[in-house]
Write a protein that binds this ligand. Structure first.
Ligand code: AMP
Length: 211
C-alpha cells in the first residue's frame, strides 16, 4: 500500500502550494477538503448551500460532512496528500479508523509564525479557472488580475478577508495541539520550517520524503 501524506498547518502556511508542486512533479494526488467544499459551494449542491455560511465565517464545517466528502474522493491505491484534514482530534481519529485503516502514513507540520499568516492570506489570489495560487507581495501574477498559467481571472477568496482570517487562525490555534500530539504519539510526525521561500521549503520537503 502506498504511503499517504497528511499536511498540517495554519491557513496560509503554504501546504496547498507544496502539495500542488508534489502532485505536478511526482504524481501525488492533492486532496484538499477546502477545495472540495468550495467546489460544492460553487455548484450550489445541497451540501454547498449548507456549508457556505460556516465557511464564510471562518468556522469549521461539521466533521461528518467533511469526512463523507473526503471518503467519496479518496482512492488509497494512489499516493494522496491530505491537505486541510484533519483539523481537530476527532477528525484525526476518524481519518485513522475510517479512511486510512492500515495504510502507512506520515504527518508533516508546516510551522510558521502567525504574524506572517495574516499578511500572506490578505495578499493571496487564486485563479477561477485552474486554481493556481498567487501572492501579490511574493509571487505576483505578470498581469494584474490575470493567471500566468491559463489566463483565467484571479479572485480573492471570501474567507481571505482580514476579520475572517483572524477567526480562522483562532480556530486553528484552538485545535492543532491535540492533532500534533496524536501523530507524535504514533511516531509519524515531521516538522517543517514553513517561513522560508517556496523553493527552500520544497527542497526540505523532498528531503523528508527521500525524493
Ligand atoms: P482551507 O481551504 O483548507 O483553508 O479551508 C477553507 C474552509 O473550509 C475552512 O475555513 C472551513 O470552513 C472549511 N474546511 C476545510 N477543511 C475542513 C475540515 N477538515 N473540517 C472542517 N471544515 C473544513
Amino acid at each position: 500500500m502506498k504511503r499517504q501524506l497528511i499536511f498540517l498547518g495554519a491557513p496560509g502556511s503554504g501546504k496547498g502550494t507544496q502539495a500542488i508542486k508534489l502532485a505536478g512533479d511526482f504524481g501525488y494526488v492533492q486532496l484538499s477538503t477546502g477545495d472540495l467544499l468550495r467546489s460544492e459551494v460553487r455548484s450550489e449542491s445541497d451540501l454547498g448551500l449548507r456549508v457556505k455560511e460556516v465557511m464564510d465565517a471562518g468556522r469549521l464545517v461539521d466533521d461528518d460532512l467533511v469526512l463523507e466528502l473526503l471518503k467519496a474522493n479518496c482512492d488509497l491505491s494512489k499516493q494522496n496528500i491530505f491537505d486541510g484534514f484533519p483539523r481537530n482530534l476527532e477528525q484525526a481519529r476518524a481519518l485513522d479508523l475510517k479512511v486510512l485503516e492500515s495504510a502507512p502514513h506520515l504527518a508533516i507540520y508546516f510551522e510558521l509564525d502567525p504574524a506572517v499568516l495574516v499578511e500572506r492570506l490578505t495578499n493571496r489570489r487564486s485563479c477561477t479557472k485552474c486554481g493556481a495560487v498567487f501572492n501579490l507581495l511574493t509571487q505576483a501574477p505578470r498581469q494584474d488580475g490575470v493567471c500566468d498559467e491559463c489566463g483565467g481571472d484571479l479572485f480573492q477568496r471570501d474567507d481571505d478577508k482580514e476579520d475572517v482570517i483572524r477567526e480562522r487562525l483562532r480556530v486553528f490555534e484552538g485545535t492543532i495541539t491535540p492533532v500534533l500530539n496524536h501523530y507524535k504519539g504514533k511516531g509519524c510526525l515531521q516538522r517543517l520550517r514553513a517561513t522560508d521561500p517556496i523553493e527552500t521549503v520544497y527542497e526540505e520537503l523532498k528531503k523528508i520524503l527521500s525524493l
